[in-house]
Design a protein around this ligand. Structure first.
Ligand SMILES: Nc1ncnc2c1ncn2[C@@H]1O[C@H](COP(=O)(O)OP(=O)(O)OP(=O)(O)O)[C@@H](O)[C@H]1O
Ligand SMILES: [Mg+2]
Length: 361
């Protein structure tokens, strides 16, 4: 049976325009640093796995996996959603935070740019909060080895995500859309706030809220890539032309370097509907769609409760399909990035290596 999948009529035309911007070599060479990998995980559709995808990719890229050919990278995950789900995925108690992305966006301290380190949660703190969340759920069970590293005496020495920093968010951010409306530079406040961090990280991954409001615009103003998670269900492509139009508007008015990085199929179930929707998305978006399909799996949904992303909690193997799929997606992301860097002759030392050199005695 062939199911009809709703798709906005303009979506293909708009997509072609969005993609064609990325094919202009001159544009790359003139204004854009291809080493800069700022990826906004965006779709105004709610619950399509934006946060889950941002959190798992950021973690997998930070951790790296040599046997899979993913070099560890220095990664900043920006939680730009008032729901704070990306932060709570690591067990961060968001209501107790002194500073969040809200304070960074609202910073109006004269001409001084904010000191970004003051706003970030460091890897050691993320590690502690993951351990705490695990302990609360499993008082008598050791955390998985992927979550912590033990020394010879079995003492915990470091986290499994030592290269991941987090710019957290909480419910306070829900007022930002209205508060920003009257502020100068309302669309580029995140860009200004993160200016000093851009050259410090190999990847900056931004989780955005389910809307195309000012917060998402702030993400698209600083990003050079958009990753769109699409849930493989009936209304999957509805609203896609609106999203593509927003990207096009941002390209024209605020950020000419913004491009589509890829589309990730999420929450896939091997049903007639799941297969038909996946096929439709591949037909319309062709190579833009990642080969990896993220299956619907309870372990992925349970992971935030245990205070760590599924790529850390579960070993990527046939039994743990969710972890396996997100590791594969991270591999595809890093392969695309390496290909782009090769194409533009970029052979820079990674920011992680520089960070380690600067911090060694
Ligand atoms: N592959 C999956 N299998 C099962 N559950 C999943 C999967 N991916 C995400 N979920 C669950 O689905 C819900 C929505 O996912 P998520 O929060 O990542 O979506 P979102 O797009 O960020 O949502 P929002 O638009 O509210 O920000 C969550 O409860 C999450 O744990
Ligand atoms: Mg979310």
């Amino acid at each position: 049976m062939k199911l009809f999948v709703p798709i906005d009529a303009q979506v293909i035309a708009v997509l072609i325009k969005v993609q064609s911007r990325g094919r202009n070599n001159k544009e790359w060479r003139s204004g854009m640093d291809p080493y800069k990998m700022i990826i906004a995980c965006t779709n105004q559709k709610g619950g399509c796995a934006k946060t889950t995808t941002a959190v798992n990719i950021a973690t997998a890229l930070a951790k790296g996996n040599v046997s899979r050919g993913i070099s560890p990278a220095k990664v900043l995950l920006v939680d730009l959603d008032p729901q704070g789900n990306a932060s709570t995925s690591f067990g961060i108690p968001t209501s107790k935070l002194d500073r969040t992305v809200y304070d960074l966006l609202m910073n109006d301290l004269g001409e001084e740019l904010p000191v970004i380190e003051d706003y970030l949660i460091a890897p050691e703190v993320i590690a502690d909060s993951m351990k705490e969340a695990w302990k609360q759920q499993h008082p008598n069970k050791k955390p998985p080895t992927e979550m912590v590293e033990l020394d010879k005496e079995g003492k915990i020495v470091s986290s499994g995500v030592e290269n991941l920093w987090l710019l957290p968010s909480n419910i306070q951010l829900s007022g930002a859309e209205i508060e920003l409306a009257t502020r100068i530079g309302r669309e580029t406040r995140l860009k200004e706030g993160l200016a000093s961090a851009i050259n410090e990280f190999d990847y900056i991954i931004i989780d955005t809220p389910p809307s195309l409001g000012l917060l998402t615009i702030n993400a698209l103003a600083i990003a050079n890539w958009v990753l769109i998670p699409v849930q493989t269900e009936y209304y999957a492509l509805e609203g896609m032309s609106q999203l593509m139009n927003s990207i096009k508007l941002i390209q024209r008015r605020i950020n000419p370097h913004l491009k589509l990085f890829g589309i990730a199929l999420t929450m896939y179930q091997n049903t007639n509907l799941g297969n038909t929707v996946s096929e439709e998305v591949r037909t319309h978006f062709e190579k833009q769609v990642f080969s990896t399909v993220i299956p619907r799996q309870i372990a992925i949904a349970e992971a935030p409760m245990e205070g760590a992303p599924v790529v850390i909690l579960k070993k990527p193997n046939k039994r743990n399909k969710g972890s396996h799929a997100y590791w594969s997606l991270a591999k595809e992301v890093s392969t695309r990035v390496n290909k782009l860097r090769r194409k533009f002759g970029i052979n820079e030392t990674s920011k992680l290596q520089l960070h380690k050199l600067n911090n060694s005695d």
